[in-house]
Design a protein around this ligand. Structure first.
Ligand code: GDG
Length: 457
């Protein structure tokens, strides 16, 4: 690969040892080949500044930009998480349109572009992460940057008709086509992206999958993100998960782990579990749900509402079904070390992953990697999660249909060992083969194979 790698992501680990799937992948890529990682400093700046601050890192260069408190409200909580996030997750009803959101988003992108442009040479590869930076490449091109620039979108590509709700709908395709490579999670995302460009009079599709839009030619492809499967399996093998949560011998653990987000389908999941309890015969093995849901984006009103809704459903189900010495749902709003999650996954009979919409969903893959192949648990997975495109041997459910989820939980609890092993073996092969290292090298190979070429005239 020629040129240096420059990664831009909103989140950047400020400590030397990174954790979390994406952060580990970026760290490994940069440790292998050197380069620079640019991300937002967790502390606000008193006023906007073009200077980047160096962060401690070994083997590569890590730099942070700061946003002001006002920009955190407009760029991050506002445009990124109250406009683009609901748009891409098919919740246009939750889009909050405030006049200063787009202004803040564009201002931060323009500033980060100036910072990146100062560092990037024409041979470098610029790898931009996620919806916080849709307009970054367009800003870089305006500054005369001809380097190869790729975007990887971690969340679903928006449905073309939903884009009508975006005030910047006309600019959106131009933001995208300023990239050389648009990496999406699934084939379904690629289809949605092509549908958008097909509807534009100034776009043309080529047989090799490239798209010409105005003067720009770019590629669109799926790169399903993976996990550090070996690492998860090793952490899970420590075992002792049942003891950790003091399960009674007649209890089967059902586990859910999600950021507390309205896209994750948590209300229907808890209701479906309540329905299962209605059908559980006295004296039978009892399912016990541990739902870990660390709060996120708590300053956004839609997140405050989902939190209140979940509190109410969990206490209603528990109030109805709890007994002396038994609480069926343990609903927890804090986060745990990855090692703890790994042991809980392995102890669980069922992993519940039922988002209404999700780019991929790493928890589904982590649950599979953590299982004991000789006695594996069952993955219940939304058809609407990106992960379902390739994890076909999970029990696939419609996350809008609580009866369907309840039936899958019951089927999972009753599933014979041989069927569990067969399904798990197929899922495991997929998760280990397409792990996070494969994702990174596939993407970077595709980006670096694009010829360095200025716009078609
Ligand atoms: C976005 C897209 C896409 C959760 N609670 C704890 C904890 N986690 C970890 C999980 C998992 C990660 O956070 C969450 O990843 P997901 O993929 O499930 O979801 P998003 O955060 O929405 O991620 C998604 C992803 O980007 C990558 O492209 O798959 O579709 O929405 O790794 O295990 N980790 C720890 N403690 C917790 O309590 N340590």
């Amino acid at each position: 690969m020629t040129g240096r790698l420059i990664v831009v992501s909103n989140r950047i680990p400020t400590d030397e040892v990174p954790s979390g799937g994406l952060v580990v992948a970026m760290h490994e890529a940069l440790s292998d080949q050197g380069g620079t990682w640019i991300g937002a400093h967790p502390d606000p700046a008193s006023e906007p500044t073009d200077a980047l601050e160096r962060l401690p890192a070994q083997g590569y260069d890590k730099r942070a930009f700061r946003v002001t408190e006002e920009e955190r409200q407009t760029y991050y909580l506002g445009y990124a998480n109250s406009v683009l996030w609901p748009l891409c997750h098919r919740r246009v009803d939750l889009i909050a349109l405030e006049s200063d959101y787009a202004e803040g988003y564009l201002a931060v992108n323009a500033r980060v572009a100036r910072q990146v442009a100062r560092l990037a040479g024409p041979e470098d590869l610029i790898w931009v992460q996620d919806y916080h930076f849709f307009p970054l490449a367009a800003e870089l091109r305006r500054l005369g940057c001809h380097a190869r620039i790729g975007l990887f979108l971690h969340i679903p590509f928006p449905v073309a008709s939903d884009l009508a709700a975006l005030p910047e709908r006309d600019a959106f395709p131009h933001w995208l086509s300023a990239y050389d490579l648009l990496g999406l999670q699934t084939q379904a995302d690629v289809a949605r992206c092509l549908e958008l460009f097909r509807s534009l009079p100034d776009a043309e599709m080529f047989i090799d999958g490239k798209v010409k839009h105005g003067p720009r030619l770019f590629a669109v492809a799926a790169f399903p993100i993976g996990i550090d499967a070996e690492g998860m399996a090793a952490a899970a093998r420590v075992g002792g998960g049942r003891e950790m949560v003091k399960l009674a011998p007649d209890e089967d653990l059902v586990i859910g782990v999600d950021r507390l987000d309205y896209s994750k389908g948590l209300p229907n999941r808890l209701r479906a579990f309540g329905q299962v309890l209605e059908h559980t015969e006295l004296g039978a093995r009892r399912p016990h749900l541990i739902q870990i849901a660390p709060a996120s984006r708590g300053d956004v009103p839609a997140y405050q509402r989902i939190r209140a809704e979940l509190d109410a459903i969990a206490s209603e189900v528990n109030g109805r079904h709890a007994d002396l010495g038994w609480t069926p749902i343990q609903y927890i709003n804090r986060s745990y070390p990855r090692e703890t999650l790994a042991r809980l996954f392995r102890a669980a009979r069922i992993g519940l992953v039922t988002p209404l919409a999700d780019g991929m969903n790493l928890v589904a893959k982590e649950f599979v990697a953590a299982q004991d192949p000789a006695d594996p648990g069952v993955l219940v997975l939304s058809r609407t999660a990106g992960a379902a495109e390739r994890l076909r041997e999970a029990l696939l459910v419609n996350p809008f249909d609580t009866d369907d989820i309840a039936r899958a939980i019951e089927a999972g609890l009753a599933m014979p060992l041989e069927e569990r092993k067969a399904r798990h073996a197929a899922l495991r092969a997929e998760v280990f083969e397409r792990d996070i290292a494969a994702w990174r090298s596939d993407y970077l190979r595709a980006l670096s194979s694009i010829a360095v070429a200025p716009a078609l005239g």
